[in-house]
Design a protein around this ligand. Structure first.
Ligand code: RB5
Length: 144
């Protein structure tokens, strides 16, 4: 596994999974920064998405994880940030290939869409999978 520096954030609708994913990171000694939110009080996901993405772009973190109710708002907001390749994943195959082919640097999850154990499997695979480069690098470069 590469040297991971994770930044994680959620809105109120993704708060519980954020805490579960933090448990996963702690159990594996994977360093992370928790951007919030820190309660279940309603908040605005675009602000969280921007904070997480800015940290990835700055290089302080190299992988971002964003959770909201569907994952959709977070992924739309994250992909507005130049240099962010955010992948909304609801299955492990997409999680793997979003890293191997798309070099996704942000993972988005929907707490109201997928179960907790699937979400944790997706995180596990997404963090462990490297970018394959080669023809995929050419395509990612075209996006950039
Ligand atoms: C919050 O109710 C919900 O709209 C938000 O978490 C997210 O699903 C938006 O895309």
């Amino acid at each position: 596994m590469e040297d991971l520096k994770v930044v994680i954030g959620s809105d109120h609708a993704g708060y519980e999974y954020k805490e579960k994913i933090i448990d996963y990171l702690n159990a594996r000694n994977i360093p992370y920064t928790d951007i919030g939110t820190h309660t279940k009080e309603s908040c605005d996901y675009p602000e969280i998405a921007r904070s997480v993405c800015e940290r990835v772009i700055s290089g302080k973190s190299n992988r971002g994880i964003l959770i909201c109710g569907t994952g959709i708002g977070m992924s739309i907001a994250a992909n507005k940030v130049r240099g962010i390749r955010a992948a909304l994943c609801s299955d492990t195959y997409s999680a793997r290939v979003s890293r191997a082919h798309n070099n996704a640097n942000v993972l988005c999850l929907g707490e109201r869409v997928i179960g907790e154990h699937l979400a944790l499997d997706i995180v596990d695979i997404w963090l462990k999978t490297g970018f394959e480069g080669n023809r995929h690098k050419r395509r990612v470069d075209m996006i950039e």
